[in-house]
Design a protein around this ligand. Structure first.
Ligand SMILES: Cc1cc2nc3c(=O)[nH]c(=O)nc-3n(C[C@H](O)[C@H](O)[C@H](O)COP(=O)(O)OP(=O)(O)OC[C@H]3O[C@@H](n4cnc5c(N)ncnc54)[C@H](O)[C@@H]3O)c2cc1C
Length: 490
């Protein structure tokens, strides 16, 4: 834990011009551009301030250090959906795969029309996409992609489906073309947060804001700060303007705890995701495999496929749907990879607080069509994997048998069984949508909370619906657009 972010308790209640709560991509970009414009900014983060290198990427240690509740968080519904959130300085950007997409233009058009968002066409966003891509060094792999990733690509090409390499925010080391490319993820602690600090922004880590309220145009934030002895010290902060950037689950939870509820936490969206472990006759996995970069977009936005992190601990957890095959992972993990099918879906969820608990209750209701889309996506993904000679497929459906032949695809029910299907997601958004449509939107077209002065949201909550692509590119560009509008510089 870094000591230099502990502001002495004697300085509280702190008075600042602008408080930014949450330091993920939305908060980090907002704080950075405000500080660079000469504003007095305090960036407040619930999690610890840890260097990117404090643990191995995608390790169990990383989950313990940087994930909320060690990654054990679920949205209740039938079936439950396991989701994860980062909780550290830099938020989700410190733990994610760095796969970058711009928001698809048809999704932007849908948001503009249905939610009445001003100035959100592709050409409005291009300067923000370009600036963020440069700041986090979005680039393609300089060498060979991991074999497990190439398998997905080859299967898609063989079936005549569209498959692409997705660029990442990454700085690769110079290597010869045959080696697995290595380098550094360009997370917020490598990019916007050092820039913010250099411009004079103060960072207060280990500090959770519990509620906020406004009197005489000043916002009072109350919360607690974890000190070295792990005591939670109560703290108070006063700010003229507040940006809430706590992510799509915690932002509505904080607002609702503070009595601000209009269109807040009623329309949570995710990309519900079903997985398949595929076992091949030859090696496709290795300890230095890194992040697979291919995605199949033939059926997008309804559903897309990709290859996940497939390290031995991830495979061990994945095979728990087939307890009798646990040893297979120990013996043959080099021949195994984890693949996923994610849907955009029609379902939605809610975020509600429960008295006496820190964490909100998250519910998510999948529709019957969602369960059909998941089934169709799973069948098509399995078809693709058999096309590239997978020998055994273990879909994430408990109490079922592994698939060993293309004819087994008929065993996948047309409507995935709610009690046996295990779903997860790493993409959550849309819990406080932006726009001028007052029936649906929590904030205006640029993130100002409807009906409140000097209160803004700048994170994944603003995305009006599921974008159908990895969301951080959209979150970064919209945060940049909105903070420039706030500064009068758009
Ligand atoms: C494992 C994983 C892999 C992913 N892979 C990709 C990918 O490849 N590409 C992609 O585009 N996206 C990916 N994502 C999603 C991406 O990381 C998120 O969409 C993005 O981080 C969301 O940004 P945000 O600013 O909305 O919030 P977050 O990144 O969630 O940041 C919110 C921050 O606010 C803090 N906070 C919350 N409540 C409080 C409070 N009350 N007081 C103070 N601080 C608070 C949290 O601790 C957190 O650090 C992935 C996510 C995960 C978890």
């Amino acid at each position: 834990m870094s000591e230099n972010n502990l502001i002495p308790l004697s300085e509280f209640p702190l008075k600042v011009e602008i408080a930014v709560i949450g330091s993920g991509p939305g908060g980090a970009i907002t704080a950075c551009l405000l500080a660079e414009a000469g504003r007095d900014v305090l960036l407040i983060e619930e999690g610890a301030d840890l260097p990117l290198e404090s643990c191995e990427p995608f390790s169990v240690a990383e989950m313990v250090q940087k994930y909320r509740n060690g990654g054990l968080t679920a949205a209740f519904g039938q079936p439950k959906i396991q989701y994860v959130e980062g909780r550290c300085v830099g938020g989700g950007s410190e733990i994610n795969s760095g796969l970058y997409h711009r928001t698809p233009p048809d999704i932007l058009a849908q948001w503009s029309q249905e939610f009445e968002v001003d100035a959100l066409t592709e050409s409005d966003l291009i300067p923000h996409f370009e600036a963020c891509e440069q700041a986090v060094n979005v680039c393609y792999l300089p060498g060979k992609a991991p074999t497990a990733s190439l398998k997905l690509h080859e299967g898609a090409i063989s079936l005549g489906w569209q498959s692409l390499e997705v660029p990442r925010w990454f700085r690769y080391q110079e290597l010869d073309e045959t080696a697995v490319p290595k380098g550094t993820r360009q997370s917020m602690t490598k990019t916007f947060i050092p820039r913010a600090l250099k411009a004079g922004c103060k960072l207060l880590a280990n500090t959770r804001i519990k509620t906020l309220h406004q009197t005489d145009q000043i916002w009072s934030l109350t919360g607690s700060c974890k000190r070295n002895n792990h005591l939670q010290e109560p703290i108070k902060i006063q700010a003229e303007t507040v940006f809430i950037c706590c992510g799509a689950i915690q932002t509505p939870a904080l607002l609702r705890r503070s009595g601000i509820k209009n269109n807040i936490g009623n329309s949570l969206k995710m990309h519900p995701t079903v997985k398949i472990i595929a076992q091949f006759d030859q090696e496709i996995n290795s300890l230095d495999m890194g992040v697979p970069v291919h995605q199949v977009k033939e059926f997008a936005p309804r559903f897309s496929f990709g290859c996940s992190i497939s390290s031995p601990p991830y495979l061990s957890v994945g095979i728990t749907d087939y307890p009798e095959y646990t040893e297979e992972v120990q013996k043959n993990w080099q021949n195994m990879g984890i693949y996923y099918a994610m849907i955009t879906g029609e379902g939605y969820g809610t975020v509600r607080n429960i008295p006496f608990y820190n964490d909100p209750l998250v519910r998510y209701k999948l529709t019957s069509q969602d369960l059909k889309d998941l089934s169709e996506a799973l069948q098509k993904l399995a078809l693709l994997l058999f096309e590239v000679d997978a020998k055994i497929l273990y879909p994430s459906i408990s109490n079922s048998s592994p698939l060993t032949h293309p004819q087994d695809l008929t065993k996948i029910p047309a409507h995935l069984p709610v009690k046996q299907t295990n779903l997860m997601t790493v993409h959550v958004f849309s819990s406080c949508p932006m726009g001028e449509n007052l029936q649906k939107c929590a904030v205006d077209s640029f993130g100002k909370v409807h009906g409140f002065n000097n209160l803004y949201i700048a994170d994944g909550s603003l995305l009006c619906t599921a974008p159908g692509v990895n969301p951080q590119g959209s979150i970064m560009a919209i945060a940049r657009r909105n903070v420039l509008q706030f500064l009068g510089k758009l």
